[in-house]
Design a protein around this ligand. Structure first.
Ligand code: ZN
Length: 588
């Protein structure tokens, strides 16, 4: 797919597949490979391998495999050109300015760039308002009261939107046209008069950055009693709230190091947690997690501690997020903070009142989600059959969403025990629900690799990468029809053709012309630990194949003789049989 000399080829040469895959999968060095949990099927022990020098990946469990582009295409569900761009960006390779396909597209790109610029200007404006105006002084007092000092204000870019109603608008009006201003979400349009005015007024502003750190929206908290208390940017061409996790741009490193993420509800919570030195925290900035946010998260970790507010909305959000996370095979724990005094505590309040240590301790002890859920179910009335049924129906959807069958049945048993649901009917309901899960990855029988003989494996490996004699070897195999009739015939054929064409042999290109099961076998062979091959070794492998060829021929001749002992060509067949037996005996 990557033509020699093309940009794709250049990216492929320069890209480090271990680094790119490493952004999505936690990889550990293992021999000459790197291994980790396969992102394409549910598993508990790693069968996913990346080869740093061959620049390919392969899953010994579900059989997926390919090069860095294929990986990104599968992960991001994108097309080849997009994958090239993503890989190039990840590896710091400058992408040549793309020819936009249409004038509209060019216009949209320009517009997005302008909107980003506008947000940067708005950010500068809000920060100045907080620092240098009388109104801003009142806002600073409020922030101080919430425990946010100068450092925190600077670190999180907190600003202030004044009450005037058009202060920001006046600032931006000279540079941007009305249409773009209205689209930015920074200003709103008066329904009746059609007049523009600032969307955020008399509010503390929090810049919301996308994953790469560009400000694309604002969250704003009312300074007084204005409603709503929290007001965010609307959906715009550069911002979709389901695509962004607050603080993700700064949490990435921490998440990778800690190997888990803490998920909180709002930006105040994320700021409080991050300020306490716990950097691996992100906020969903909405009532519940959305699927694109989960996809973003799973590029960095598959372990999450959900720490939402303890109120009813927070509980509902926790449960909805749980369902989504479980479906994506996340390892989820739930941190439900105890009340502080008689107040229900969100992370912000809890850390302010109880301190970082107390919070960290609870993070470490956060129970698995199933304990949280059964505790919730136990709050229901379990004395009546009806109540028990309600509890089971509350839990069933979660059980169903667990992709791993063994884990699922374990949880089913545990739930039944904890809720004292001994009735066989209820157990049956749980196991029925569990078995009705359809999205489970099944090992397809046709994908199970066949056992190719060691000689074949060795020759395939040589054809793919032996320096110096690949072509000569291909010629010999071709001329003597040595691989015909082998189980691995198609792999040999593809490799021989590639070698004889004189082009460099690329595993992924060979894989692309093979059927899935053959590609899978090829990749398995390429991942085997092996010594540098020699020409002598190649010769002995060829002799072994010749021997097997003679044996196969002998069997054929024997069958023909037995099938028709009176045939006129019997004499010829017998001679052939003698000759083959001589050859086989000589080879021993
Ligand atoms: Zn897999």
């Amino acid at each position: 797919m990557a033509e020699a000399g093309s940009f794709a080829d250049r990216v492929k040469q320069q890209a480090d597949i271990v680094r790119v895959v490493g952004e999505y999968v936690r990889l550990k060095k293992s021999g000459q490979n790197f291994t980790g949990l396969c992102p394409f099927h549910a598993e508990k022990s790693p069968s996913f391998a990346v080869h740093p020098t061959k620049q390919i990946y392969h899953c010994f469990g579900c059989g997926v495999g390919g090069d860095v582009f294929k990986f990104v295409m599968e992960m991001e569900k994108c097309a080849f050109p997009e994958a090239i761009r993503i890989v190039a960006e990840k590896c710091g390779i400058a992408v040549p300015r793309q020819k936009e396909r249409s004038p509209e597209e060019r216009k949209e790109n320009q517009q997005r760039a302008l909107l980003v610029e506008m947000h940067r200007e708005a950010q500068t404006f809000f920060v100045k308002q907080l620092e240098g105006t009388l109104e801003g002084k009142a806002a600073r007092a409020y922030l101080e009261d919430r425990g946010l000092d100068k450092d925190a204000i600077a670190r999180f870019g907190i600003g202030y939107a004044p009450s005037g109603g058009d202060a920001l608008l006046r600032q931006l009006k000279s540079k941007y046209n009305e249409k773009l201003l209205a689209e930015s979400g920074l200003v709103s349009r008066d329904q009746s008069a059609g007049r523009l005015f600032d969307r955020f007024r008399r509010r503390i502003t929090f810049p919301i950055a996308n994953e790469s750190g560009k400000i694309v929206a604002f969250g704003a908290r009312a300074l007084g009693d204005d409603m709503p208390k929290y007001l965010n940017s609307p959906e715009t061409p550069i911002y979709s709230k389901s695509n962004v996790l607050y603080h993700m741009d700064r949490a990435k490193e921490g998440i990778r190091r800690q190997e888990f993420a803490i998920l909180v509800e709002g930006y105040m919570d994320a700021i409080a947690v991050a300020r306490a030195g716990i950097n691996n925290v992100v906020a969903s900035c909405g009532t519940s997690l959305a699927e694109p946010q989960i996809k973003l998260l799973q590029r960095f970790t598959k372990r999450v501690i959900v720490n939402y507010d303890p109120d009813t909305a927070g509980q509902t959000a926790t449960e909805r997020s749980l369902a989504l996370l479980l479906e994506q095979d996340f390892e989820v724990r739930v941190l439900a903070l105890p009340p502080v005094g008689n107040r229900k505590a969100d992370p912000d309040l809890f850390i302010r009142e109880m301190g970082t240590e107390a919070y960290l301790k609870l993070v470490k002890e956060a129970p698995p989600y199933v304990d949280y859920l059964t505790a919730r179910a136990r709050q229901m009335d379990l004395t009546t059959g009806e109540g028990k049924l309600r509890a089971v129906n509350f839990l069933l959807p979660y059980v169903q969403k667990i992709p791993n069958r063994i884990l699922r049945s374990e949880w089913a048993t545990r739930i039944a025990q904890q809720l004292r649901l001994e009735e066989p009917v209820l157990r049956a309901a749980l196991s029925k629900a569990a078995s009705e899960r359809r999205s489970e990855v099944k090992t397809q029988p046709e994908l199970v690799a066949r056992a190719a003989k060691p000689v074949e494996r060795r020759l395939i490996r040589m054809l793919a990468e032996a320096k110096g004699f690949r072509q000569e070897l291909a010629k010999q195999l071709q001329n003597a029809h040595l691989y015909h009739g082998l189980e691995t015939e198609k792999i040999f054929a593809a490799l021989v053709i590639a070698n004889l064409s004189g082009q460099p042999v690329e595993a992924t290109e060979i894989g692309a012309v093979l059927e899935d099961r053959d590609r899978r076998l090829l990749f398995e062979i390429l991942f085997e630990e092996a010594n540098e091959p020699t020409w002598e070794e190649a010769q002995s492998c060829i002799e072994a194949l010749q021997h097997r060829q003679a044996e196969r021929e002998l069997a054929d001749v024997q069958r023909s003789i037995e099938a028709n002992p009176a045939a006129p060509e019997l004499r010829g067949l017998l001679e052939k049989k003698q000759e083959l037996m001589r050859r086989l005996a000589a080879a021993r």
